[in-house]
Design a protein around this ligand. Structure first.
Ligand SMILES: [Zn+2]
Ligand SMILES: [Zn+2]
Ligand SMILES: [Zn+2]
Length: 602
């Protein structure tokens, strides 16, 4: 129990009236039950017994076990390792048998003198004057201590009403003095809390409380601390906790497609050499394979013929010009036209070779003899480092080198030596694996919360590893079929640990609040128009007579993360709220008609 650890050290358990009266109450009940077992005369009283107990426990959930336990150990019904319980239990254990005997005597005397009628439980436990009609039926506590009926006992705090900024009533962010905590956050912390609330409210649509709701004005009182415990109300401290708000979706890791290349042979042919394999790292221009393609030989021959034709036509022009005067001008013009045509033929052949991906400058071939030109054309495009591997005598002029268009790793190879290939076949795929794309599909409704620069955390399927990235692209439209929005992050993979086509789940971090105010998720209740929590009064332990009161507080809820719900506004760290068994408080709220505000009208 947090209450002892934070407010009441176990060794300091007082022997105050509320302890004594509680044990007296249980003892009395024990005596009464024992008497009932031994006397038919009080049979009609037995039927009133549970009612009396119900009254004592604020009508709710006095543990069933309390009556089924051995009578002498009635206290053990509170099988709860609380120091209070164990103290009483130890005491009772020691003096139990004596007490039982005394109990018989007392019950006999008591019953006799009361005409075998049991008084109201509240009067027995001593929290009230021992008149049997000291009971406030409206508020389920002894009338003499009822804070609602005796306004002087606990005057309500000033009512600041609705806070438009934070959407709660009696806003503790703006009026921290209203908080039921003995130590309040510092002014700087409150400033941080208000800033955090602003961010959280601006980020997305949060469930709204009804400003006209009056639930927050209610207080639920218990007759004693024991009544609270018997009702099963467990409390927890409002604390600071990390709340992460994120948009989640499925995703895939792929090689950066702007840095991948698919390689095919540009003309049909048969593969005469394969130089690289999957996984090999290649540099731009490096030879991957050689394809023997007749089309290549044909285009090279075309260039040779065009070059020869160009030489011939040029000679013709020169010759005619030398004999100017002896020939008609028309013949010179004719020859010049033929020369220009031959030149164009060279250019055409040059372009055709370039279209095969081979680097060539036809100008370099002018002035070469035929043998030199053929040799040069034969090895055209084949990297110098590889040229030595080619057998001068047997190699054809048909060789088309397939080279890497970019540096990267060969991630796919679908070609074998001797295979006949054509331009539609993919021979190799090269990827720059040092960069990858993370593609995530996110719900369309999250689009307003997304922005470039947000952090993404991605967990590949079957891996505990979390990959962090930065959102750098958001699609401008939704997917036609899935109605999802695609977003992307670019990842560094220079260590090569990421794998292509890895599926997994990712989340875009919208907000990571390290010091949010958080409570267990089931401590809050939607009451039809307001989210409420039950806050324990700060005077709860100040004295045995101090009213045992829980205040109803409207709260504005944020995200839920790992079982904790963020309270954007409505609670301050250090306050104590009902965590478990708060259904009892809700029931009390309804039963007493306290919630006769907007929530229960319809
Ligand atoms: Zn009352
Ligand atoms: Zn406020
Ligand atoms: Zn309401």
């Amino acid at each position: 129990m947090i209450q002892e650890s934070i407010e009441r050290p176990p060794e300091a358990v007082p022997k105050g009236p509320f302890i004594n009266s509680g044990s007296a109450g249980n003892l009395e009940r024990g005596r009464h039950d024992l008497a009932a077992e031994h006397s038919n005369a009080i049979a009609d009283d037995e039927s009133r017994g549970p009612a009396a107990e119900g009254v004592s426990g604020s009508g709710n959930g006095a543990p069933e076990g309390a009556r089924s336990q051995p009578r002498t150990g009635g206290q053990s019904a509170q099988a709860d390792p609380k120091p209070v319980g164990s103290f009483v239990r130890r005491t009772l254990g020691a003096v139990g048998p004596t007490l039982v005997l005394l109990g018989f005597a007392a019950v006999f005397y008591f019953g006799h003198s009361n005409d075998w009628r049991i008084p109201k439980f509240a009067s027995v436990i001593g929290t009230a004057t021992p008149e049997s009609d000291d009971w406030c039926a409206d508020h389920s506590v002894p009338a003499s201590i009822c804070v609602e009926c005796n306004t002087g006992l606990m005057p309500p705090d000033e009512d600041f009403g609705w806070c438009n900024l934070h959407g709660v009533h009696n806003c503790v962010l703006d009026h921290p003095e209203l908080a039921e905590a003995n130590t309040l956050p510092s002014a700087e912390q409150l400033q941080d809390d208000r800033r955090r609330a602003e961010t959280a409210l601006a980020m997305s649509v949060r469930q709204e409380n009804n400003s006209r709701c009056t639930l927050y004005q209610n207080r639920i009182q218990f007759a004693s601390i024991q009544s609270v415990e018997q009702a099963g109300v467990d409390i927890g401290l409002v604390q600071r906790d990390q709340i992460i708000e994120a948009v989640r979706g499925n995703g895939e890791l792929v090689y950066d497609p702007t840095r991948t290349a698919t390689i095919a042979a540009r003309v049909p042919g048969s593969v005469s050499a394969v130089e690289k394999n999957i996984g090999d790292f290649v540099r731009k221009g490096e030879l991957l394979a050689l394809v023997d393609a007749t089309a290549v030989g044909k285009i090279k021959s075309e260039l040779m013929r065009a070059l020869a034709e160009e030489v011939l036509q040029q000679k013709n022009v020169t010759r005619l010009e030398d004999t100017r005067g002896a020939v008609a001008g028309a013949r010179i013009i004719e020859a010049e036209a033929a020369f220009a045509k031959a030149r164009a033929g060279v250019l055409n052949a040059e372009q055709a070779i370039r279209n095969l991906g081979l680097p060539i400058d036809a100008g370099n071939f002018r002035g070469m003899n035929e043998q030199q030109a053929i040799e040069k054309l034969r090895l055209l495009g084949i990297p110098k480092t590889y040229q030595a591997n080619i057998d001068d005598l047997t190699a054809s002029t048909n060789l088309l080198p397939v080279v890497a268009p970019m540096s990267g790793t060969i991630v796919d190879r679908s070609v074998n030596l001797g295979e006949v290939v054509d331009p539609t076949m993919r021979l190799f795929e090269i990827a720059d694996t040092s960069r990858m794309w993370l593609n995530l599909s996110l719900p369309l409704e999250s689009i307003d919360k997304l922005s470039v620069g947000q952090e993404i955390r991605f967990t590949p399927d079957g891996s505990g590893r979390v990959i962090e990235a930065t959102l750098d692209w958001i699609s401008t439209g939704a997917d036609q079929h899935t109605r999802m929005i695609d977003v992307r992050a670019t990842l560094d993979n220079s260590d090569g640990r990421l794998r292509d086509r890895t599926f997994g789940t990712g989340k875009v971090i919208l907000r990571d609040a390290a010091d949010a105010t958080a409570v267990p998720a089931d401590a809050t209740h939607w009451e039809g128009c307001c989210n409420v929590v039950f806050v324990r009064d700060k005077q709860y332990f100040s004295s045995p007579e101090s009213p045992k009161v829980f205040h109803v507080r409207s709260v504005r809820l944020g995200a839920t993360y790992q079982g904790k719900t963020e309270v954007i506004a409505g609670l301050l760290p250090g306050e104590v709220i009902a965590v478990e068994g708060s259904d009892v408080l809700r029931a009390q709220l309804l039963k007493n008609g306290l919630g006769a505000g907007c929530c229960v009208e319809e």
